[in-house]
Design a protein around this ligand. Sequence first.
Ligand code: UGA
Length: 466
Amino acid sequence: MTTTTHPVPERPRLTVIGTGYLGATHAVAMASLGYDVLGLDVDQAKVDKLTAGEVPFFEPGLPELLKEVIASGRLRFTTSFDEAAEFGDVHFICVGTPQAHGSHAANLTYVESAFAEIASRVTRPALLVGKSTVPVGTAARLTSMVRAAASDPSLVELAWNPEFLREGYAVQDTLRPDRLVFGVESAWAEAMLRAAFAPILDVGTPLVIADLPTSELVKVAANSFLATKISYINAMAEVCEATGADVNVLASALAYDDRIGGRFLKPGLGFGGGCLPKDIRAFAHRAEELGVGQAVAFLHEVDEINNRRRKRTVDLVRELASGNLAGVRIAALGAAFKPNSDDIRDAPALDVADMLRAEGADVIVYDPEAMENAKRVYPQLSYAPTFAECVKGADVVVLLTEWQKFREADPEMMGELVARRAIVDGRHALDADAYRAAGWEYRALGRPAQPHTVHLIEDTKDQVLV
Ligand code: UGA
């Protein structure tokens, strides 16, 4: 540890650089805890929206909290790095690290530029805290860069504070995280972060103090583990399909073992979104650069298993359509990568819908929140304005995102609307017995042709909110 000895304000002023999912939620949550927060984004339109109290994406609970903290005067937004440098004691860097074009590596240009912009303007002691997901070793490189960019390098220090929030649960995950991780290089940096998270630490949230590389690794290791857990149960689904076994019964039996646990052991169409898929690829890429590619070679298989589930879902729909999808009217329920979100990045739902379309099916998509995003990125698909319009006249219904609205649908009432009572439950979210009782042909990945309802144990933290 180094010996930075600047004062530590009791309640540091915070800036949040980058107001996407992570940054906007972090800024709002910290302001709700009583901190004075300045959010910065280079996108003027985003800043204007947030200033007007509008959240530019769908996240339950966030719009209400944003309005509250704006009214309290504790949260403002700007596009000016000068203003941010002048304002903040602790600067949280929350910009995106998308997958680079033509490579599995993470694109770090936004992170590098955010750190450089702030560092070059700092005129008083400031802690620059990375929250973005980055390849291990980035923080060490940024430390040298920040020192070189600062007019007085003794004023700035860098720390890492990985974020584990899930979309759809962003507010609760930020205010009541399972743990906090501080990657720090001095006692001052640790004290600054303790002051910045005091209300969360005061309620007993576990804190792990780490060095910079460990703190970077915690994030990718956690996401890789979660992706592996999902692909593990989906690999078991493939074995079940070859043997007539039922993956839902298998998953519930495994879940009773505390050492395994039932969370993220839900079989089905697999994972998507802006994090899990890109993070496992970037991690494998980074491990290869470091000469330890073999250690995480299994992540390629995790990715493959995940992609095979999408193809297998298409197979099931084709089977229900008697082997040929040409001209078959399909109701695709869901577009978002998971419920409670309008995010369609690497969404399994839209991938499947598009594969069905490519085989000549007449696919109509409906999602309660993600329609605008889906239409923009998948203009080749057709969309229905309502759930009822989507299923009307369908030869096969396929559930792709398990919104509560779809889970609660009455099989009898839905049966009145469709042309044929045939359904593929891509998310194992429906009551198989109820559908069969209402005369539906019900199919699900990794389950026998005539499965019974199995209620997977659900943790309250994972319950669908909307
Ligand atoms: C994920 C992690 O869960 C967060 O901890 C992390 O902070 C975040 O990435 C990030 O890196 O920013 P998120 O992408 O919001 O969060 O979504 P998850 O809830 O992890 O779901 C990912 C995908 O896995 C979804 O498509 C979901 O449908 C699928 N999934 C999840 C399953 O197929 N089975 C399960 O049992 C659980």
